[in-house]
Write a protein that binds this ligand. Sequence first.
Ligand code: HEM
Length: 280
Amino acid sequence: MSIHNNDSSKEPSIHTDFTNNMTYGEYLALDRLLSSQKRLSGHHDEMLFIIIHQVSELWMKLIIHEMQGAISAIQKDELQPAFKMLARVSKIQTQIIQAWDVLSTMTPSEYMEFREKLGQASGFQSYQYRQIEFLLGYKTPHILTIYQKDSELHAILEKAYRAPSIYDAAIEALARAGFPIDPDLLRRDYSITYTGNPTVEAAWLSVYKDVKTYWDLYQLAEKLIDIEDWLQQWRFRHMKTVERIIGFKMGTGGSSGVQYLKKVLDHRFFPELWDLRTKL
Ligand code: HEM
């Protein structure tokens, strides 16, 4: 990749013959990427609406990649590389939270001019978002039904649905470190959303009460809290942006809209890590 310069003609070594070499655009498949913004209404603001979703989906792709890497590192007790990947996830989350500021420049009147073109399409059907929820341990099966018509995608989603979450991996790490974790938990059905267990709470409490001895596990717990905290902030900003743009209208996905988005804010991915703060 070359450095852009306002007066490139004065750069003696600038490459201009790409007959036999790959360009920046080819490497990044920019032809496909930049021709994927297909407005259905021709309305000026629909471009913002499409790009904000596409950018969020691209970042989600990287979140999934990093989280899968982090889970396999935790499973091998390689916590330092996992911390690096989880720190990156948190930074990406701050980016997608900032994206709400850009979207908020669209007014309700502008959105209403092209909303009906979306039909029943909604972020509710974002399979990458559900994959992230699966990686965090929130296993809702409706996405599997929605994507039944696409067997390849359905298989990917089903695999993620049945796989251990990052919190399952963390609980197994606690057990390997010698904490007495309920054995049923260690052979549980991973497709069921985790709701809490007293042996896990006792283990995390011990970690937080003796951080010097359990520094790595303590750091793992704090990285998980970072991710859940940012995810809730993303959810909150989404809910408020939606209220600002459509008020209390129903969503295009068929939900009650803001009411539904408020309800999902109540879900906690890592319950013991929140509860222990009161108990310490
Ligand atoms: C004008 C902008 C937006 C509006 C009015 C809006 C509205 C809504 C509504 C009402 C829902 C609830 C489901 C439904 O009935 O449709 C929803 C869900 C969702 N939206 Fe948006 N949204 C907007 C922008 C975005 C953006 C930029 C993203 C980024 C990818 C996004 C991702 C999601 C996701 C992942 C869900 C599922 C949330 C869950 O089930 O917990 N939305 N949206």
